[in-house]
Design a protein around this ligand. Sequence first.
Ligand SMILES: Cc1cc2nc3c(=O)[nH]c(=O)nc-3n(C[C@H](O)[C@H](O)[C@H](O)COP(=O)(O)O)c2cc1C
Length: 237
Amino acid sequence: MRTLVQSGHCNKLASTIARRHGPLTAVIDNFMVCTHLMTPAVLEFLAARRSVKPDNLSGPGPTDAELLKILTTGARVPDHKKLAPWRFIVFQGGARASAGEVFAKACLAEEKEPPSPVRLETERQRFQRAPLVIAVVSNVKPKPGAPEWEQVLSAGALCYNVCLTANALGFATNWITEWIAYSPAVKTAFGLADSERFAGFLYVGRASEIPADRDRPVIADIVQRWPDGPVPATAGR
Ligand SMILES: Cc1cc2nc3c(=O)[nH]c(=O)nc-3n(C[C@H](O)[C@H](O)[C@H](O)COP(=O)(O)O)c2cc1C
């Protein structure tokens, strides 16, 4: 339909619509986006979303083309003032083992009691639980056009959107932080600036086991409907 319009087949109709609603091609694009969003498949996908623990994420991981899609589509998030207040660090292949050395070293330096050999091995293996780990760094801009809180929220949206994009490509994911997100030694080793923080580590792989669902909030418990009519006497107290 868009091609027909572009080739001038419906010039009269196009100019009538354009007077009221803007260019017909834009109207069609908007319609396509809306109908796409309304498809039951998208709703089913969102309603069934579930995290899979890193221990249950095996290979093969995403190809380079899939990874690019995950990052590009994942970064398409609400971002007040277009600050892009986040960045990625990608760990694949041998990079996961070298990250493990960072965790073992940080553990040795920061734990009060000397860590056991088993604990150190757990740290070495931490990123090797999944074929791909994406660190999302919240990178709040110092002279914000948007408040810090909004920039941090945008980083959270990014984490979720990256997971959803990977899920849409058939991968299972888990957005976690664990102690490494708060370790000064890890932060330094991965080159984060003082103003930066880990928003999370996104583990991506093939689900070897799909967990049962967990309880979800009862919507009535978390929804308040503001009354239609005079402002309640309790408002503002
Ligand atoms: C910022 C953030 C950090 C999280 N960190 C952890 C974590 O360190 N360990 C963990 O088990 N779950 C963590 N979670 C929870 C998991 O992402 C996930 O929500 C949980 O396993 C429940 O699965 P679900 O996503 O299917 O509801 C974190 C979630 C968020 C938003």
